[in-house]
Ligand binder design. Structure first.
Ligand code: MG
Ligand code: MG
Length: 644
């Protein structure tokens, strides 16, 4: 399909927007009128610029408050339209978007609206231009695509068609199923926007919180499917009003934008293919429609997303001093020093199925990361039966590949760069054994006693606000993770927005945290990462017996975040856990949560830049968010008392 984006979706000057859009390989733009009004050049200069960049101007928008007006206002609007038609001719823009009228003067008279739009289309036709009519969710009389379509039908002019916008339909919870019945050639343009589900005024929601498909919570797959089934063959375009995008570097926004369209196309393609493969012995109109649509429209077809099996390893980028301090902490946590890399200053630690690498190699990507932001997780290994396929899909969905310098006989893992620069390696399922080849046992080191930690339960990332949508889309599109619920958690100094993403089997779980305030611990951790915009904040290690593990770890000298006695009194009051069980948790600073299906027990160890969490999960799908305020307050109060 022809892929397009509205200039309003991006930050920067118009020239910067166009360059970023071209770099992301869009075919065309929707020119938002305000961008042109503020542009320091003529229409023909802009046209030349877009042509040089290989971009078409597929739509000029918006033309407001036109239809359903009293006669004198209508005549003035026709004059206004002629001036804009002059501009469109100079720009080479063939289509004008007329959005439904929001003026208090508008009359609720469909016949009048149809006649006036017919007159406008007639004027446009003289110049071989076209008019697309869009229902705004906050239009005065016309809000639904069904209403707009009736007016377009009634106007009955070949230069007048319908413009569909997923935001306006889905924000009003209107059913898109009726779209499939509209003749595709009467739909002149398709605008896609996603959004988080928010209970707020629809205009404010639309102007500040739209995001790219896959970043929000609308069912865009179904919306797009209905439009394709209608027979639509025009551009697939993004029109996103978002406060964050106005601040985000526009190369990243343009890349996210293209990634979102590629993902959406591939999802709908998969859906159509499933429909087409349905039992051919039975007559099925929907199967025939799916087969016809797949023949007619080319939809993006990336390598299938691989099944992820779990975290294979985490790698820390450090210098020599930090390597030693981290090594000491890992020893206390029950990790055995399992070997040194053949050729690099990398030490490997193991416990249960957990593998950690501490990389202090000078002049390495890990060290560069350390130099930029202090000790951090610089790489994540994800186990999959199909590492090459995983990397191919990632590349198809616009992730940069990472090539690491490699010594002789060392394993080459396909790797990509996640947003912010963390490297993601795809490790063959038997990766433990294969990694062994890169490491030699360190003689003489006495392994600390195992503390019963068996696997990486989840990792939490602290992200800058403008990284959140980017990460959500990366996690979905590239890693195939699904989003869980989003929560807002109270830190003593502000709110944290937290959203889990996980694979279907829950063997890979990430928690994405964004601080809405500059003063929280999360915000401070994120700002320490500079341009990376955040990174791994804590690592949750699973145990099958948290009490035994905690006793062992405390015996080893690991310090845990002390939880207030008031928390445990409240736990007793809220849940029928029994005094003895609660007091035992209290003695070990273990937090507790319960869901309809299971239980979650967890505790937080102190560390500097990132910290470790010990968790025991029993048929429980969340992350103990209910306990986050108590934990975050405890961390701050501890910092306060150590300062005194
Ligand atoms: Mg729109
Ligand atoms: Mg956690």
């Amino acid at each position: 399909m022809r892929r397009s984006i509205a200039t309003v979706s991006m930050s920067g000057t118009l020239r910067q927007k166009l360059e970023a859009i071209a770099v992301a390989r869009f075919d065309a733009i929707e020119l938002f009128e305000n961008d042109f009004i503020a542009f320091n050049g003529s229409a023909s200069e802009l046209r030349a610029m877009t042509e040089d960049l290989g971009l078409g101007i597929d739509l000029f928008q918006p033309f407001r408050d036109f239809e359903g007006m009293p006669d004198d206002a209508f005549q003035k609007s026709l004059d206004r339209a002629e001036r804009k038609f002059d501009l469109m001719e100079a720009l080479g823009a063939p289509l004008m978007l007329v959005c439904s009228n929001t003026s208090p003067l508008a009359l609720d008279d469909a016949a009048r609206s149809a006649a006036q739009l017919h007159a406008l289309a007639e004027r446009a036709a003289r110049r071989n231009l076209r008019i697309g009519y869009e229902a705004l969710a906050w239009g005065r009389c016309v809000r639904l695509y069904g209403q707009a379509w009736k007016i377009v039908e009634q106007a009955d002019h070949p230069h007048l068609g319908l413009i569909l916008d997923s935001f306006h339909t889905l924000s009003l919870r209107d059913n898109p199923a009726g779209i499939a019945a509209i003749r595709g050639e009467r739909i002149f343009f398709l605008q896609m926007a996603d959004a988080p589900l928010l209970a707020m005024d629809v205009l404010q929601w639309a102007r500040h919180h739209r995001n790219f498909p896959g970043q929000g919570q609308f069912d865009l797959e179904n919306f797009f499917l209905q439009v394709l089934l209608a027979g639509y063959a025009g551009p697939l375009s993004l029109e996103i009003f978002n406060d964050q995008f106005r601040e985000t570097p526009n190369r990243r926004t343009a890349l996210d934008a293209m990634r979102s369209l590629l993902l959406l196309e591939s999802q709908v393609r998969a859906r159509l293919e499933r429909e087409r493969e349905r039992d051919t012995a039975v007559a099925s109109p929907s199967r025939d429609a799916a087969a016809h649509t797949l023949q007619r429209i080319e939809l993006f077809d990336p390598p299938r997303g691989p099944a992820l099996e779990g975290f294979s390893f985490l790698e820390f980028g450090v210098d020599d001093d930090n390597a030693e301090a981290l090594g000491t902490l890992l020893g206390q946590l029950g990790f055995a020093r399992a070997g040194r890399h053949r050729t690099k200053t990398v030490t490997r630690y193991r416990q249960g199925d957990i593998q950690l690498a501490v990389n202090a190699e000078p002049a390495s990507p890990a060290r560069a990361r350390f130099d930029a932001q202090g000790p951090s997780v610089c790489a994540i290994g994800l186990a999959t039966a199909e590492p090459l396929q995983a990397a191919s899909r990632a590349a198809a969905l616009l992730s940069a590949r990472h090539e690491s310098p490699r010594g002789a006989h060392e394993l080459q893992l396909p790797a990509i760069v996640a947003p912010g620069g963390t490297i993601v390696h795809f490790v063959p399922s038997a990766g433990g054994a294969m990694l062994d080849a890169d490491f030699v046992a360190t003689p003489g080191s006495t392994p600390a006693p195992d503390a019963g930690l068996v696997g990486i339960d989840h990792i939490a990332l602290g992200l800058a606000q403008d990284q959140f949508d980017t990460w959500i889309l990366f996690a979905k599109a590239v890693l195939g993770l699904q989003r869980g619920e989003s929560l807002e958690l109270a830190d003593p100094f502000g709110l944290i927005r937290s959203s889990g993403v996980a694979n279907a089997t829950r063997s890979v779980r990430l928690v994405l945290n964004v601080s809405l305030s500059q003063r929280t611990r999360t915000a401070r951790q994120v700002s320490a990462t500079g341009r990376a915009g955040g990174g791994v904040q804590h690592i949750a290690l699973g145990t099958r017996d948290i009490f035994a593990t905690m006793e062992r770890l405390r015996g080893n000298g690991v310090r845990f975040v002390p939880i207030s006695a008031n928390y445990y009194d409240d736990l007793l009051a809220r849940l029928d856990l029994g005094e003895a069980a609660v007091r035992r948790m209290q003695s070990l600073d273990i937090l507790y949560d319960r869901s309809p299906t299971g239980e979650f027990l967890h505790a937080y160890a102190f560390a500097d830049r990132f910290f470790f969490e010990v968790v025991q999960r029993k048929a429980y799908d969340g992350y103990g968010a209910v306990n986050a305020p108590a934990r975050m307050a405890a961390q701050e109060q501890n910092a306060e008392s150590t300062k005194k």
